[in-house]
Ligand binder design. Structure first.
Ligand code: CA
Ligand code: CA
Ligand code: CA
Length: 252
């Protein structure tokens, strides 16, 4: 939750849209891969002491070589006075490289809590291919459980080898190791009022295989402070099969 002095009102529409997935055949590696890593800084801001899905690190690997390469594991070090055993990290391939988890991003299956405080820990992610002449982004998000008021959390990649590549190391010369903006915990609870939007529900009926159908609109207002919404937990209802007949849910 990010706090400031101004009240906000956010109109939010939630709708379902059909997504078609394609498959890309892997390229054949037969020459050199030259990888440069950058940390495109994310701003976790001030969060309530218990938080979920907050972006804390955004790793971008550019491969200027003529062979594909692969990110196989990441070994970040937690920094700050938070007891890191209350922090769980999640790793996503940030397909659209926008710094937050959204439709089309891929969970890399390495979610875990830190085993001990201020201690480097390896996370064996689902391998991420960086194509020859291309790039790939990995986004790390954090969940926190009762983090102490005013405590700070950051992530660092201390060494080039903390980004384990399949064939060659990253260029560490220009790699900013520490996320610039910390996550700061606050014990001031968020205060939101949530009501149906002015046009809710927008869609009364939908034809078979229709895409982009708006099904929900919310009006969300902050009280004395403003808050950043980082996730939604929604429950589908109705006679359709939500697994087979709804291909995706999109928030905008
Ligand atoms: Ca792996
Ligand atoms: Ca710590
Ligand atoms: Ca994304």
């Amino acid at each position: 939750m990010k706090f400031s002095k101004n009240s906000i009102t956010t109109i939010l529409a939630v709708f379902f849209v059909l997504v078609v997935f394609g498959f890309v055949a892997p390229a054949v590696a037969n020459a050199a891969a030259i990888n440069t890593a950058t940390n495109t800084n994310v701003t976790p801001g001030t969060q309530y002491t218990t938080f979920k899905g907050v972006s804390v690190y955004r790793l971008h690997i550019t491969n200027t070589g003529d062979a594909q390469d692969t990110i196989t594991s990441l070994t970040p070090t937690p920094v700050g006075d938070v007891n890191d055993t209350v922090i769980t990290l999640h790793f996503y391939k940030d397909v659209n490289n926008n710094g937050f988890v959204d439709q089309g991003d891929t969970n890399l299956g390495a979610s875990a809590a830190f085993a001990s405080d201020n201690t480097k820990q390896a996370f064996d992610i689902t391998d991420v291919v960086v194509p020859a002449g291309g790039s790939a982004s990995v986004l790390i998000t954090a969940d926190g459980l009762s983090v102490g008021n005013a405590q700070i959390f950051r992530l660092s990649m201390a060494l080039g080898t903390d980004i384990l590549m399949g064939t060659v190391a990253v260029d560490t010369g220009s790699f900013p190791k520490l996320n610039t903006d910390p996550l700061t915990a606050s014990d001031t609870a968020p205060s939101l009022s949530i009501t149906d939007g002015a046009s809710d529900p927008i869609a009364k009926t939908a034809i078979a295989s229709e895409t982009g159908v708006v099904v929900k609109q919310l009006s969300i207002a902050a009280a004395a402070t403003s808050d950043s919404i980082v996730s939604f937990a929604i429950t589908p209802a109705g006679t359709e099969n939500d697994t087979t007949q709804v291909s995706a849910t999109k928030f905008s």
